[in-house]
Design a protein around this ligand. Structure first.
Ligand code: NIG
Ligand code: FE
Length: 408
């Protein structure tokens, strides 16, 4: 058993609602706080001196100087397993071409597919681990990672194996998702219906055989897969036992409602969502995952996070880190900027990166510091939790704990 502290402020994020808006005065802030952990779990949080008396035999993990602690973050949407760069796309977009025009002209997702196919598993794994280490340095200890730059059985499986192998080399939890339905591959001899059928028959069974992922994602969009084919595909994947998540309403509205209809864990993007989409999400258990990094990468409006929260949706915030639309890969900076533009409370932003984001991954064991939850927490060298978002990504955690252990 171990007692870590004291902290000027300990933010537990306990007692907050799963859905809808949260005022900052609902945040539980324990002054002079401490965390007792054992076997990777939280035993108790509370006043440091009280805990010291209550657990006299606990090993002391003393934190010197002024620090605050809170649950570590979950990034519930990333594409960080990729080869190559899309700096050229970025420059072209800034010079006036649209994301869809660039994709239509041989740039876009397809160019990353070609690079990723050429990158061998060892190199891909090194690139992925580098990005995972950067995520951890931001305080992110649970990371969803999509395939989707293989777009055939061999290369989709290669990506998912690379993610599985990376799991053996990092203390963070990696949550792999099969996004073979990211885009219609240009070398596929068939229409989108035939490709979706190929995924169902030639990719997903192998994913299950090797236990590479239990999640399936699809990009429903004019440049990718149409709503009707996507709906059929998702229902088949669900029937085969996969959990569902959807790239929805990025440029064209309506697909968040398909996510809701299929009982998806989350509908992600939502930049183009209408009031009808927002109402559907708010009335469902599908997490509305907003991706400010994609808005910043593309120069598109932010998703209507404020409206979603006011309507009562479960709103998570994720980075979407990928080489095309979201090259920044700094969730902390992005969430801060989103808060400024969408007028989000600090509690709403922190909830969106912790227990609400975990919910998008079907994980209920993390994101709150309370008895029985996973002892994943982060420490910042400051006296006030409001400094985290105020510094817009420039204030990084001084220490990161996973399963109660400090990451070296
Ligand atoms: O979430 N929208 C589709 N997929 C990614 C972009 C991937 C890419 O451009 O490489 C996204 O933004
Ligand atoms: Fe994405």
């Amino acid at each position: 058993m171990k007692l870590t502290g004291p902290f000027v402020q300990l933010l537990t994020l306990d007692h907050l609602p799963l859905r809808g808006k949260i005022a900052d005065n609902l945040l539980e802030i324990i002054p002079n706080g401490g965390i007792v952990t054992a076997n990777g779990k939280i035993v108790k949080t509370g006043n440091f001196d009280d805990l010291k008396r209550e657990f006299p035999t606990a090993e002391l993990d003393l934190i010197s100087g002024s620090h605050i602690a809170l649950p570590s973050f979950t990034d519930a949407h990333t594409h960080i397993c990729f080869g190559g760069s899309r700096a050229q796309d970025f420059a072209m977009r800034n010079a006036g071409k649209t994301y869809l025009e660039i994709a239509g002209n041989g740039g876009g997702i397809w160019s990353t597919v070609q690079h990723t196919r050429k990158t061998d598993e060892h190199e891909l794994s090194e690139l992925l681990l580098q990005r995972i280490r950067r995520q951890i340095s931001l305080g992110i200890t649970t990371i969803e990672i999509k395939s989707g730059y293989g777009l055939d059985a061999e290369n989709e499986i290669k990506m998912l194996r690379t993610i599985r192998n990376a799991q053996r080399k990092t203390p963070a939890l990696l949550v792999p998702t099969c996004l073979a339905a990211h885009s219609l591959p240009k070398d596929f001899d068939g229409d989108q219906h035939a490709y979706l059928q190929y995924i169902l028959e030639a990719i997903l069974p192998e994913v299950q055989r090797e236990r590479l992922s239990d999640r399936v994602d699809i990009f429903i969009e004019k440049s990718a897969f149409d709503p009707e084919s996507s709906l059929r595909f998702l229902l088949s994947a669900k029937k085969a036992g996969f959990k569902i998540t959807v790239h929805a309403d990025q440029f064209t509205p309506g697909s968040a409602q398909i996510a809701v209809r299929t009982g998806a864990l989350s509908a992600d993007h939502l930049e183009a969502s209408t009031d009808q989409d927002i109402r559907a999400l708010a009335a469902s258990d599908t997490v509305a995952t907003v991706l400010p990094g994609a808005s910043l990468g593309l120069g598109e409006p932010f998703a209507p996070a404020r409206k979603l929260l006011d309507a009562g949706a479960i709103v998570a915030i994720a980075s979407d880190w990928n080489p095309g639309s979201a090259p920044m890969g700094n969730l902390l900076a992005q969430a801060s900027v989103l808060a400024t533009f969408q007028k989000l409370s600090t509690a709403e932003v922190l909830a969106g990166m912790t227990f609400r984001a975990a919910r998008a991954l079907d994980l209920s064991d993390r994101g709150i510091l309370k008895e029985g939850k996973k002892a994943d927490f982060i420490i910042f060298s400051t006296t006030d939790y409001q400094e985290i978002l105020y510094n817009q990504g420039q204030l990084l955690p001084s220490d990161i704990y996973i399963d109660g252990e400090k990451i070296p």
